[in-house]
Write a protein that binds this ligand. Structure first.
Ligand SMILES: Nc1ncnc2c1ncn2[C@@H]1O[C@H](COP(=O)(O)OP(=O)(O)OP(=O)(O)O)[C@@H](O)[C@H]1O
Ligand SMILES: [Mg+2]
Length: 209
C-alpha cells in the first residue's frame, strides 16, 4: 500500500513526539497544493517562498500576494489567554471566509484554546462545514491525548510517528487500530492509515529529504 492521494478538502491528522518528523512531513506533502495557510504557533515553520504574517489584519493583503501563507502570532499574546483566544478565533474565521485553501495547524494542542475540551467556534465550523467550501484541514500534535476529538474523528488520513507515552498510542489506536498500539515507529518511520479503505495501519519508510 502507498499513501492515498490527499484531496484538497480532506482532513489529515499527524501525531508524534517532538523531533519525530511531523513538520517535515507536512511541509513536504503540502508544497504541491496551490493554497495553504499554516498556523505556526511554535514559530518554527520556515517555508521558502511563503508569506510570513505576524498580524491578523495583514492576512488579506498577504493572501493577494502569496499562495502559501504562514501565520505566526506574536508569542507574547500567549501570555494573555483571553487575547490569544480571541486572536485564534478571528484567524479561523478568516480562513473560513477565505475558502479554497488548506489550513494546517502545526501543533493542535494549545491548552485552554484548542485542547480536548475546547475548540474555537471558527475552527469547529471549518471542520464541520469546510468541505463544501473546499477547505482542507490538517493538524499535527505531540500530544494526541490533548487534542480535540473533532480534529481526529473527521480525519481522512492519519500519520503516526513515534510517541513515547502509551496513553498517546492508545488514543491513536482508537482511530488507527491495534498495530499503532504495540509497535513504535523509529528513525522517522510512521504509520499511515486511511479509514475509508479499512486496511490496517501500515508502517511506512521515512520520507527522503
Ligand atoms: N524523513 C526524515 N529523514 C531524515 N531526517 C528527518 C526526517 N524527518 C525529520 N527529520 C529530521 O528531524 C528534525 C525534526 O523534524 P520535525 O521538525 O519534522 O519534527 P516535529 O515532529 O515537527 O517536532 P516538533 O514537535 O518539536 O515540532 C528535522 O529538522 C530533520 O533534521
Ligand atoms: Mg514540528
Amino acid at each position: 500500500m502507498a499513501l492515498v492521494r490527499i484531496e484538497p478538502n480532506d482532513r489529515v491528522f499527524i501525531a508524534g513526539k517532538t523531533g519525530s518528523g511531523k513538520t517535515v512531513l507536512a511541509k513536504e506533502l503540502l508544497t504541491p497544493y496551490p493554497y495553504v495557510v499554516v498556523l505556526d504557533n511554535k514559530g518554527r515553520f520556515n517555508w521558502p517562498g511563503a508569506g510570513l504574517v505576524t498580524k491578523l489584519d495583514l492576512l488579506p493583503k498577504a493572501a493577494q500576494k502569496y499562495n502559501h501563507i504562514v501565520f505566526r502570532p506574536n508569542p507574547l499574546l500567549e501570555a494573555d489567554a483571553a487575547a490569544f483566544k480571541e486572536e485564534m478565533d478571528a484567524f479561523f474565521w478568516w480562513v473560513y471566509y477565505r475558502q479554497n485553501c488548506i489550513l494546517y495547524i502545526d501543533e493542535a494542542s494549545q491548552p485552554g484554546v484548542i485542547d480536548s475540551f475546547h475548540i474555537p467556534a471558527g475552527l469547529n465550523v471549518i471542520y464541520k462545514r469546510g468541505r463544501e467550501l473546499n477547505i482542507g484541514c490538517w493538524a499535527s500534535s505531540q500530544e494526541p491525548v490533548n487534542v480535540h476529538n473533532t480534529l481526529m474523528s473527521q480525519a481522512d488520513h492519519f500519520f503516526a510517528f513515534i510517541t513515547q507515552m502509551q496513553s498517546h498510542r492508545d488514543k491513536m489506536a482508537g482511530y488507527m487500530g491495534d498495530p499503532v498500539k504495540y509497535t513504535i515507529p523509529r528513525n522517522y518511520k510512521f504509520f499511515y492509515f486511511h479509514p475509508a479503505t479499512m486496511d490496517e495501519a501500515e508502517m511506512m519508510e521515512p520520507l527522503q529529504i
